[in-house]
Write a protein that binds this ligand. Structure first.
Ligand code: GRG
Length: 295
């Protein structure tokens, strides 16, 4: 049986090829935004979200030609969020995935437009008939992704993160913020995979529970890495949370407390998938990967 590393590498290659085809370079006046979209979306990142979508769909023997499209859609939303998050008006980061961020390589206006275009194209991909012949299923997936990405999801989380008096946040407040900011897209990834694979309502609920615990574990590990890893390993600036005096899981639980909370969540998230038996091995592997990741 393939190792987790081999499986995620194989999925990432499929996603890379599909993204490359969805985002061709072009001549003429649109060339600049097309290049910026490519800069922000290709050749980088762990591709965790598309992996979750494809691995969840694989459990239901869904054709990869369908699930990879769902994976590309969520990765495009993720990449748009990173491009906008790096802008001077937000985190003002010069480095992303070890390369100059999109606004540094191009300019602010191009970065805004490239992010907008990736966001829009994600829904174009989901709406197209190649994603699934049943328009009801395409619509259900697009609805989930819209909810996960918008005001009641990632955008809402980012808004709270920027403007709330975070210093005052308790554990419940930080958990809620992170459930929206990072958790919502991770949740969509597994659920979107279940929907494209035509899982039953109970199976989608199991995937939802898995992804909610996984998303929180992912964020706790992110907080730990921000404090312990260097910028070269992370491929982005480190130590930003402490610099901005953000309320993080480490600040609230201490380093040891944060590590044991993440470990507990990873074990719990895997247990939600026990009903799938051996079919859940890749998704359970993703949970261990999230816990052990170094960037
Ligand atoms: C701008 C609407 C808008 C939202 C931005 C996701 C986000 C919200 C900001 C990113 C800031 C950040 C570092 C959040 C912590 C968790 C996170 C999303 C990390 C990056 O995801 P990875 O580690 O990145 O999966 P790669 O590069 O591997 O894809």
């Amino acid at each position: 049986m393939a190792t987790f590393k081999e499986t995620i590498t194989e999925t990432a290659a499929l996603v890379e090829t599909a993204l490359d085809a969805f985002l061709p370079s072009q001549a003429g006046p649109l060339g600049r935004v097309a290049d910026a979209m490519r800069w922000g979306a290709l050749d980088g990142g762990k591709r965790l979200r598309p992996f979750l979508a494809v691995a969840a769909a694989d459990m239901f023997d869904c054709p990869r030609a369908r699930s990879v499209r769902v994976g590309c859609a969520v990765e495009m939303i993720h990449c748009y969020s990173l491009i906008h998050d790096d802008l001077p008006a937000m985190d003002d980061s010069d480095l992303r995935r070890g390369h100059p961020s999109v606004h540094k390589k191009f300019d602010d206006a191009t970065a805004i437009l490239a992010g907008d275009a990736l966001l829009t194209q994600a829904f174009e991909i989901l709406a197209a008939e190649e994603t699934h012949p049943d328009g009801g299923i395409r619509c259900a997936i697009a609805l989930e992704l819209a909810r996960a990405s918008g005001k009641e999801g990632m955008v809402g989380g980012q808004m709270i993160d920027i403007y709330a008096e975070q210093k005052e946040f308790d554990l419940a407040g930080v958990t809620q913020l992170q459930r929206l900011k990072t958790g919502a897209l991770i949740r969509f990834s597994a659920v979107g995979g279940g929907l494209i694979g035509e899982g039953s309502a109970d199976e989608i609920t199991a995937l939802t529970n898995y992804a909610e615990d996984l998303g929180l574990a992912f964020q706790i590990v992110d907080d730990i890495l921000d404090e312990t890893a260097d910028a070269e390993t992370l491929g982005k600036p480190a130590g930003q949370d402490a610099e901005m005096d953000k309320a993080t899981f480490i600040k609230l639980l201490g380093m040891d407390g944060a590590k044991s909370k993440a470990a507990e969540l990873v074990e719990r998230c895997k247990s939600h998938l026990d009903r799938f038996g051996a079919r859940a091995v890749p998704l359970k592997g993703a949970a261990d990967f999230v816990f052990e990741r170094k960037n």
